[in-house]
Each structure stands twice: as C-alpha cells, then as structure tokens.
Design a protein around this ligand. Sequence first.
Ligand code: FHN
Length: 419
Amino acid sequence: MTLKTRPTPGETDWFTHDRFGLFIHWGLYALPARHEWVKSSERISNEEYHKYFEHFDPDLYDPETWAEAAGQAGMKYFVVTTKHHEGFCLWDSALTDYKAPNTPAGRDLLEPMVQAFRARGLKVGFYHSLIDWHHPDYTVDRFHPMRDNEDYIARDATRNWGRYVEYLHGQTRELLTQFGEVDIMWFDFSVTANDRFPGKGREEWRAEQLIEMVRELQPGILINDRLQIDQDIKTPEQYVPREWVRVDGEPVIWEACQTFSGSWGYHRDEASWKSVSMLVRMLVDTVSKGGNLLLNVGPTGRGEFDRRALDRLSGIGEWMKRQSRAIYGCTQAPAEFACPDDCRYTYNPDTNRLYLHVFSWPFKHIHLGGMAQRVQYAQLLNDASEVPMRAGAEEGLLTLEVPVLKPDATVPVIELFLR
Ligand code: FHN
C-alpha cells in the first residue's frame, strides 16, 4: 500500500505522475553573472544596477532550444522567474516600465517561452517574487539592498505599502490572464523579521485574497507554500529530505528545488557543478520518497543555456531515455519492500512494478529479503535483458544474479514484475 497524501485544492495528479521539471532563473542578474542575489549581497542601488537594464540584450535567445533541451532531459513541466527579487519583469507588463520590452531585448520574452514549452508538451509554471528590490513602494527589510542606507530607510515613511501589494496582485492577474492555461504559480518568498526590520508574510502580501484570485482565474492551478499558507506543494530547497515530507504528521505533496551549481541565476565563475551521476541519484532519491524534482538552469545574458547546463541536461536525458518508466507514475515503494544497501526503490502502483535503482554496482548478487514469492520476472531496464533469480539461502530471500560488469547506465535499474 503506497502512502496517500491529504487532498489539495489544485489538480495534482499530473504533477505527481510527471515528477521532473525545469526551473529557470533568468533576469538582469545574468549580466553581473555572480548570483541572482548580487544586488542585495553587494548593496547595489537602483541607479547603479540600471546599467544591467541598459545592456540586457539576449540576442541569442531561442526558447525553442530551451524547450527541446528540457524535453530531451525528460522534464515534463517548467517554472520560470517572471520576476525575481530584482523587480525586473520578463513580460510586457502594463504596470511597470521595468520590463524586457524596454531593454535592448526589445520584446516580451515570456510569451515565446510559454509557446515553445507548451508546444513541446511541457506544463507551464510561473515563479513570481513577492520581494521587489526595485519598486519604489517596497519597504526595506533584512534582505533589501539598501538595508544599510539610513537615508533610504528613512524614506520608508513615504512609501505606500498598499500600493506595492496592489502591484503584486495586479501583476499576478496579468500573468494568469495573458498566457493561457497556467499550471503552477510558484510565489517566493515570505521574509522573517530580525532585530532591525519587520517581516513580510501572509498578512503583508494579503495572501488569502491573492490565492482566491489565483484560483478564480486558473481553476485547478497548483500553488506552492511560500505565501505562508500551505496550498498544493511543499517546497524543500537545496537538500534531499530524509523521508516523505509531512505537515502535522501527514504526508503531503512535495517538490525539491535544486541547482546544478551553487547559484540559481547564471554564475560564470561558480564551480560546484554536480555530476550527471549525482543529479540522477538526486532525482531517484526524491521519487523514492514520493517527491518531485525541480532542477534549475540559469541562462546567460546572451539568452542561452551554457555548456555546463546542456551537458548535465543531456546526460540526464540519456539516462531517462531508457529508465524514465522507473520515474514517471512512480512513488515511494510500500514499506513491506525492504530496500537493499546502496539502492533505492521506486514503485508504480498502476503497473505493480518495482524498480531497483543500484547506486553502487555489486559483485554478482543482490539479495532481496522477503521477496522470494513476490517477483515473477526481473530485467535490466536499459536493455531488457533478463536478470535470473533464485531462492536465497534463508527463508523468503530472493537472490538476483546480476552481471559482473555494471550495465551501460549512469544508475542501472532492475525492473521487478510483481505477482
Ligand atoms: O531567494 C530565492 C532564491 O534566489 C531562489 O529563487 C530560490 C529558489 O527556490 N528561492 C529563494 C531562496 O529560497
């Protein structure tokens, strides 16, 4: 029996089936190319930061190549930063001049992206920052670039917070009425208070009203948890949870978001790029605990996925080409199936097939406790070659006789057809 999660307001069946999505962090921060938080970490004023607006010219931007790379990697949905904390908007918003059409890009960059990914068969998700370090009515908080500028802080008294929240809600309305069906709304994030500044959370965003509007405009849409009101998806970030994520002791639908390297936005000099093997194992580990993986690319200022990202996406795609049925439609295996060391199980309840992902290839045998009567047939997923089985030395033990050489797969998978 697989774990059942509590009901959600949105339609999550496709989400928990598809398991694997692409996160895209793209904005002016691609030009400084040293993390999307550069404006905050380097305390850059709007005036100083404006040079990136003036030079944002993604002349090599072709979202069809992005969608193809995502599709080839086996990704089934994407979530793109419509606006990140810097406040810059990828689409032709009527509510601001701080947008792509007003840069040398000279056009709405979101519309062609949505079209390209939708045409490639991927579901559409919009990340939208609650935080806005550019908007004149956004007050200073613990992360604001001007948090050490007393003159700027003093002018908070003249800022109209209500007007900023109207802007936030108004742009959300634009996003959910101008781009057809939107499948995910990924808000980010509520700010905790510190000893100098108040926080910003559900009350400050008028989150209940915002959620109501989102669901009215796009019935069935999935909303994440970062308005400080749990909705459809819990979103652990930059780590793989030890077990199925729970809220108040109940298993919930969850999606881990991760980067290839140490930065969400394009970072030219950051070198901690995960290997394809590690990324595949992260995907498997996530699904083995009932979760989704949202894996991020930060495109360059020229509008491209860089070579390091393309290498990882194609490497994952090579694995998914033959192993994807151990991911799509799969979830955590029932507790009765004790997983062997250095392996993970995923399980498809519809086909009643168990997938043994072997992280460290053993010498000749894998022993499955309590499975002697449960498996009718076993094969390597990469080439459908039979894996002979025999009753093990002890009661109920099933011994798989595996080839000495590791199969031709980043993470070999043995498909077990259960009785
Ligand atoms: O501050 C952002 C960060 O830049 C990035 O967008 C991540 C992605 O989930 N969210 C926030 C940090 O939690």
